[in-house]
Design a protein around this ligand. Sequence first.
Ligand code: HEM
Length: 140
Amino acid sequence: MILATQAAEAPATAPAASPYERIGGIAVLRQIADRFYDLMDQDPAYRALRAMHAPDLAPMRESLPNFLAGWAGGPRQWFEANPGKCMMSMHKPFPITRKTANQWADAMACAIADVAPADTEIATALSDVLAQMARGMARD
Ligand code: HEM
């Protein structure tokens, strides 16, 4: 019978989880973003990076986790609110140097390590790829 054959041939495993699901969804992305902006705000190691941002970091605390959610295969509300907006091009007006790009990458690596998502493989991958993206924004 056709249906029985199809059932027998159905894959035994569920589809692979997206990076968004593996990292722990929006709750974990929010924790990471909050820790990231706390570090940027409070740790003198990130003073130059902090100085580039607006005094009020509240909009960034909202925006960054929403961007990361869509980018990692989760809800796309940031992309729907910003049609056609490219993160690399959006940063072109900012005078990003290797120093400030490294501060971004280091603060993000610390934030991810502090939040310590249970899936350590995806946590390391996220840290590495965001560091590459940040360093790719430096123009000196
Ligand atoms: C390389 C170092 C980086 C620097 C110096 C930097 C700096 C900035 C600045 C100055 C703003 C404007 C917000 C404000 O004035 O408070 C901004 C916005 C933003 N940045 Fe970065 N950024 C960097 C890397 C990144 C990376 C790697 C990502 C994403 C993975 C990112 C995600 C965002 C987002 C989501 C916004 C808000 C965009 C919006 O929703 O309109 N940034 N960034």
